[in-house]
Structures are given as C-alpha cells and as structure tokens.
Design a protein around this ligand. Structure first.
Ligand code: AHR
Length: 635
C-alpha cells in the first residue's frame, strides 16, 4: 500500500527542519567488506488462537458457535430462535445427541407449528456480523436429523439484519431421520456490501429437528475448501514472510494438559474434531487444524516452524521427564511424520495423503514447547533433552529450538521473546551485538513494541524498526524472528491482548504502522551485512545496511524516532559505481500516536519516491518520526 505524500507532512517537515536540533550523523559503509550473511529466514510469522485470530479471523467460517459448544446461554450463544408469522417453536441445546462421537451435542428445535409461509428455525449472528458482498456465492452446510421424514427440507437464507430482506437463499434436500450432512449453495446478487447480516435455517413443517456443525463459507484464498480469508492472506503475503511459527504461543500449551493443542484431534473431517477451549477464554472450533496450518504455509510458499507440545500447561500442570512423558514425545514424532512423512511408506504420511495432501511439507525447525521458563519446577531441561534425543535420532536434519536458556546442553536454537515499549527497545538495540557466537542460534519467536490498541501506532512502529535494525545487524546469530500477536478482531470483546499487528472485522482488514514497518524491512533485505560505522546522530537514530551482490543493490534502512529531522552524511565505498538515483521508501507521521484504524486504515502507510542525489558521498535528511529505506544501486 503506497500513497502520495501529503501537503501537511511537507509543511511540518519544513517547519521542523528550520528548528532542527538533532546532531548530524555520519555513516561510513564499506560495501565490499561483508561481515556476515543475512539469515534468509530472518522475517516470518507467528500465530495462535488469540484475539479471534482463527475463528472470527483468518479462518473464513462465517457461523459463530457452529457446534453449540460455546459457553453462554448453555451453548446457544450467538444463536436465536426464528418464528415467522404464527410459527411456534422452542430451541435448546441437546447434550445427548450429536452427529459424531466428537460432536455429541446439537441444537434441538421443537416445532409445534410451521408451514410454508410461517417457517420456524434458528439464526446465527456470525462473528460480529456476516460479510456479504455483491455477486458472491456462499457455501452453506450442516448436519441434521428430524424425528419424521415429513419435516422436509431446510431453507437456508442470508438475511439483512436491518431490513430483513433476503440476500441469498436456497433449500436443502428433505431431512432424514438419521444424521446426514447437507449442502446448499446460495448466491448474493446485486446487493450492497455489508456486515449487518445473519444466517437463517428454517423448516416448514412441525416436528423435531437437530442441527450441528452449521457452516457458511465465502470464496476463500486460492479457493481452498475450509480455507482462509482472502484479504488477510493477501496482507500476510505482502509481508514477504519466510515461515509460520505454529500453533503458538500459549495456545500450544493450553491452560491444562487436556486443553493443549492436541494435533491429532484437529485433523480429518470437521465432524470428527471435538473442538477445544483456548487459553484465551473461548472455544476453538479447530476448523483450522494442523493440515490447514500446513496448507496456509503452502499457499504463502513458506515453511512451517512446528511447535510441539512439551508436557507443560499454563496453569502449572507438567509431565516430568521419564516414562510418563514418552507418549507426548511419540505424539511429536507422529506430528513430524504427518508433516514430512512419505505418503506410501509412513503411517502418518499416508493419513495426510488420505486427507488430501500426498506431498510432504518442508520442515527445518521444530520447537519444543513455549515459554517453558514459566515452569518454575525446572523440569524443562529434562523434558527438552527427552524430545531432542528422540527427534534427532529419527530426524537428524531437523533444527531443534528450546524455549529458555539451557544449562546442561546446547540446543540448536533458542527462542527469546521481547514485549517492550519503544523507549525500552531503543535502549535494547545492542543486546545481541556482543553475545557469544558459540552458543545456540537465536529465534526471536515473539516480539513487539506494545504501544497502541487494538493495533499498534507509529511510535510502536519506530520501536519495532529500531529493533529490526538490531536483528539485521545480528542476523548471523538471529536466524529467525516473528512478531506477536499477529491478529486482532477489533470488535468489542474481540481483543484479549493489546497491541497487535493486523486488525479486522468481518468485512475488511488493515495494517498497523508496525505492519508496514515489517513489510518494508522484509521486502528490502539484502543477503549480507557490510562493514559500517556511525558517528554522531541522536540517541533515537538507528540504521541497518544490507547488500545483495547478485542484484547489485544496497538497502540502507534509517529510523529517526525524534520529533526533529535527522541529517546523515553517507559515505559509501567498495562498489564499482554508486547510482545517483534510487528508490526511497518512507513511513512517517506527525506524531507517535498517529495510527491506522478499521475506519481510517491507511493514514500511516509507506510512500515510495525517487531517491535523488545519491553517490559515494551524499547527505540525506530524514523527516521526524520516520522509517526510511534507501535502495541504492551498486552498479
Ligand atoms: O503473544 C501473546 C502471548 O505472549 C503468547 O501466547 C505467549 O507465548 C506470550 O506470553
């Protein structure tokens, strides 16, 4: 998302230029003297079910509480009874009957009176509404049974909340007295796009009807069945990520062992997925299960970083190392086999193939647990060792990530997490500069500048950008990084964690200034870090230089977190030629509190202009509160 520079922006820059107090900086760069390579996987994504990230987020399902397991109103939360005209019915959750062993409950409608014009049934309000777009086809499906074959078909209707007008409608096959799955395709015509809609399922005959797994999908990204929202996937693609860390975060661990991400309960037909409670206090449909995560990585052409449950849950339950942990280790081995195993020669590879994906997925990194420093018993070292040994024996090529520093052994990679304010990040940027390079590699698996809510503001983006310059400079040690949390549904009650990267409602999504900072840092990333030094400049001025010899280009990233402009003299040596012109990308604003919102989504976005006057020695003045990338030609 690029836009043209605004007049007030220029006015402010000029005004503050005259009052500039920030000391000039001098940056000396030797392009022909690389210090080290840039990790090719430096920027990735981290995800978990928090802030309605999956249900009500990237997972395109439009029906909320589709299996009647949400707490609240004894399971009927987000559902209401429909009685048209003089229809007469009641609705309750029946905990004794369901379409499968996994889904052992359903919505029961007792219909005393209904006919063709006086239909009875239930309606679902969606995740803060249902997004309807003109000329769009929606796929509805549900499991149902009736007490008599006379009940007939179910009419499925997308209806506008306010006018009650029908947006799209269709009718199922007549209901059977046995549980069956029904599909109805409905198409919206020339309607206005809106979220103020609901889904209605009605019948035209008295009787008893049981419903479960009621679903409605719009078109999805790359037309995946049971897939993801197109707008949000496109936003992720624009971040140029290299991996997806999944499935958490706290979501991996669960509050209790029973509520962990039990991957085997998240694969296969949706009707066989029991769903589970997320530690962020709502029920997860598990519609986005392990295979859907992997397909998400496939669609973005990135790799999974697979976090496996390691015997510790958030409320303190732990499985000590030893025989009791063996079944969890076996689960992790099975999980790795499900991801990478051959479709014909391995049990879990064959199951994956049966579920529709014969080709194995690439996998390089496996993380053992999440934030196990919270396990005060100190059992992690032993738990890690047990997983490490078993995984390395079977999969020596895999890199194993530990979630806290270990005393007795050296993991391949250590996952460090940082949630800070911008000023803390400004002071923290040298943290890895002098760190021992003989220890484990570092994965900064969760990090964020936490300023702004529900999504972060420009001040946070400046903190993030400062931190990213540090990660690029240390990318011989820091092999990967991923911001968290990635998503938030901005509707009331949608957020459990303040300060997130991408916000959305049922219809649209937007990026915070931090989102754009990350997108440009990842897009303009070279392959090596040349030798450089900085003198002068303010304490809130940061830089990163990388170069890509094959492309003949250098990327100079500058961060001015001051309220005044920053002038920097740039001396470049070691290139055959330095182009006089290049590309300048600027992300800036008038105030650190400036931000994007669901209603003003593009107030702070990158602006691409021509870089003029570059050369082996040139002066460049940055606006206040700005992040810039100077793309400089080396040929
Ligand atoms: O990103 C939010 C939470 O922060 C993650 O679930 C957890 O790993 C960390 O404490």
């Amino acid at each position: 998302m690029l836009k043209s520079l605004r007049a007030p922006f220029f006015a402010t820059v000029l005004a503050t230029t005259c009052a500039a107090q920030t000391p000039d900086a001098t940056l000396t760069i030797q392009l022909d003297k690389p210090l080290h390579d840039v990790s090719p996987k430096l920027y990735g994504l981290m995800t978990e079910e928090i802030n309605y990230s999956y249900d009500g987020g990237i997972y395109a399902e439009m029906v909320r509480n589709r299996t009647f397991q949400d707490r609240g109103s004894s399971g009927t939360a987000h559902w209401d009874l429909v009685g048209i005209g003089n229809a007469d019915a009641t609705m309750t959750v029946d905990t004794t009957v369901g379409p499968s062993e996994a889904l052992s409950r359903s919505l029961r409608l007792d219909i005393a009176h209904a006919d063709q014009t006086n239909q009875a049934g239930a309606r679902n309000e969606g995740f803060w509404g249902m997004a309807v777009r003109p000329n769009t086809t929606y796929k509805a499906s549900f499991y149902a049974k009736a007490d008599s074959s006379e009940v007939g078909p179910v009419t499925v209707t997308l209806e506008n909340d306010n006018s009650g007008s029908t947006i799209a409608t269709g009718t199922s096959a007549p209901l059977s007295t046995e549980w069956k799955r029904y599909e109805v395709t409905i198409t919206a015509g020339k309607v206005e796009a809106s979220v103020e809609n609901h889904l209605r399922l009605t019948v035209a005959h008295p009787g008893k009807v049981w419903l479960s797994l009621v679903s409605l999908f719009p078109p999805t990204y790359k037309n995946r069945a049971n897939g993801n929202r197109t707008d949000i996937m496109e936003m992720l693609a624009a971040m140029h990520p290299k991996f997806l860390r999944l499935p958490g975060g706290n979501y991996l661990e669960g509050d209790t062992i029973e509520e962990r991400f039990d991957w085997k309960a998240t694969i296969g037909p949706l009707v066989d997925r029991p769903t589970h409670r997320s530690p962020w206090n709502y029920q997860s449909s598990d519609g986005l299960g392990l295979l859907e995560f992997l397909e998400w990585t496939e669609d973005l052409k990135i790799e999974p970083v697979l976090a496996v449950y390691a015997g510790y849950s958030l409320k303190g339950a732990r499985v000590p190392p030893g025989p009791g942990l063996a079944s969890y280790v076996d689960d992790a081995l099975d999980e790795i086999e499900f991801v990478t195993g051959d479709a014909t020669n391995t049990k879990w590879g064959a199951i994956r193939a049966k579920l529709g994906h014969p080709a194995p997925f690439p996998l390089q990194y496996v993380e053992i647990g999440n934030e196990d420093f919270f396990d005060r018993s100190g059992s992690y070292e032993g738990r890690f060792a047990q997983f490490y040994k078993a995984i390395k024996t079977k999969y020596p090529q895999l890199q194993i990530i530990a979630t806290e520093p270990l005393k007795k052994m050296k993991p391949d990679v250590q996952d460090d997490h940082y949630y800070k304010r911008a000023d803390d990040f400004f002071r923290f940027v040298k943290h890895y500069d002098d760190m021992d390079r003989n220890g484990p590699k570092i994965f900064v698996g969760e990090w964020a500048t936490r300023e702004g809510s529900p999504t972060t503001n420009l001040g946070a983006a400046l903190g993030d950008a400062a931190w990213m310059t540090a990660m690029e400079r240390n990318s011989d040690l820091i092999v990967m990084s991923s911001y968290a949390p990635l998503f938030v549904n901005v509707n009331p009650g949608g957020m459990q964690w303040e300060a997130n990267l991408i916000g959305y409602d049922a219809m649209t999504s937007y990026g915070s200034p931090s989102y754009y900072a990350q997108a440009i840092f990842a897009e303009y990333l070279g392959t090596a870090v040349p030798t450089s030094s900085l003198t002068g400049g303010s304490q809130r001025f940061f830089y990163s230089i990388t170069r890509d010899a094959a492309k003949g280009v250098a990327y100079l990233k500058l961060v001015n977190a001051n309220s005044t402009p920053q002038t920097v003299k740039i001396d470049l040596s070691g290139a055959a030629k330095i182009g006089a012109t290049g590309t300048l990308v600027t992300l800036s604003g008038l105030n650190p509190a400036e931000t994007n919102t669901i209603s003003v989504p593009t107030r702070v976005v990158p602006v691409k202009t021509e870089l003029k006057g570059a050369g082996s020695s040139f002066s460049h003045t940055m606006p206040p509160f700005a992040i810039q990338v100077l793309q400089i030609s080396m040929k």
